[in-house]
Design a protein around this ligand. Structure first.
Ligand code: RP5
Ligand code: MG
Ligand code: MG
Length: 291
């Protein structure tokens, strides 16, 4: 599936605004640094553009479709290309006809971080539970149910300005899976120690990059997902899970291909399961199957 498909074929979340059906070949890759640089430059030029703070995505759509809007966009692109010494203003083509920030706060990439905390599923006697069909050990991860969209997800959140990703990963897990914002000062200190211990464990970066989620031409998501795994389960088992902030529920969930999570979160979890040799699907060759 084309990575940018969802953003072009459905309504913008929480609205009745249809995203236009831009064909694949007309979509410039967001991995293309030039596109991002160009947008940055356009914003830095502070030319009266459709990217202006006052335009919302709804209004922006009609503005952009107007002759005046398109003219300004092209002129801005031309100026930006001149300043970047780039040849092709077409790189700033309209992706799905929506301009402005939509649901997102910052312009251009909105950085998020997704902590994936895992442990092995155990039975009453402390032995690992294996799946009867795949015969692989079953992994569990901490899932939250989002308040806004009601979907199950990883307890991720946005990177605050100037914040290190490693801090965001800990902070968001604390806020959404341990309700840290509701704790007293003493409890917060204790919680910080627990989180520090958890997040100092063995970990690896699962994914880093563009994320299909609410987006417009000018504001989109990118994330860094990191897996923190507790092999013995000692630290994770003691965790007093309590939903907070963006989360209305939190629980340990078995990892399988039946998971339906928001954004690309199921793919992140699949990658963790396969990397750790855990159960994912009932098929004999999970990597050969199409999901
Ligand atoms: C997802 O939304 C990201 O992967 C991350 O989990 C989350 C960040 O947004 P908020 O939870 O702060 O709304 O796209
Ligand atoms: Mg949050
Ligand atoms: Mg969140």
């Amino acid at each position: 599936e084309h990575p940018h498909k969802k953003a072009r074929t459905s309504q913008y979340p929480g609205s009745k605004v249809e995203q236009s059906q831009v064909p694949n070949e007309k979509v410039p890759g967001r991995s293309n640094g030039q596109s991002t640089n160009l947008l940055r430059t356009l914003l830095a030029l502070s030319w009266p553009s459709p990217c202006g703070q006052t335009l919302q995505w709804g209004k922006g759509t009609s503005f952009l479709n107007s002759t005046k809007g398109m003219g300004m966009l092209k002129e801005g692109a031309r100026m930006a290309c001149m300043s970047l010494k780039m040849a092709d203003p077409e790189i700033l083509q309209v992706r799905q006809g929506l301009v402005g920030r939509g649901l997102l706060r910052p312009w251009v990439p909105n950085r998020a971080a997704d902590p994936i905390s895992t442990r092995w599923k155990k039975d009453g006697t402390g032995n690992k539970v294996t799946h009867p069909v795949s015969e692989r050990s079953i992994l569990q991860f901490v899932a939250i149910k989002r308040k806004d969209r009601g979907e199950w997800a990883i307890s991720g959140g946005m990177v605050e300005p100037g914040e290190k990703i490693s801090t965001t990963l800990k902070r968001e897990f604390g806020e959404e899976a341990m309700s840290s914002l509701q704790k007293s000062r003493a409890e917060t200190q204790e919680l910080k120690k627990q989180l520090h211990k958890l997040f100092s464990q063995e970990h690896f970066v699962v994914y880093k990059g563009y994320l299909v989620d609410p987006e417009t031409h000018n504001a989109w998501m990118q994330t860094e997902a990191v897996n923190y795994h507790d092999e013995t389960g000692e630290a994770m088992d003691e965790l007093p899970l309590e939903a907070g902030d963006d989360a209305k529920k939190v629980k340990w969930v078995d990892v399988t291909d039946q998971l339906r999570l928001c954004a690309r979160h199921s793919q992140f979890i699949q990658f963790v399961a396969e990397t750790r040799g855990a159960h994912w699907s009932e098929g004999t060759c999970p990597r050969c199957r199409e999901y």
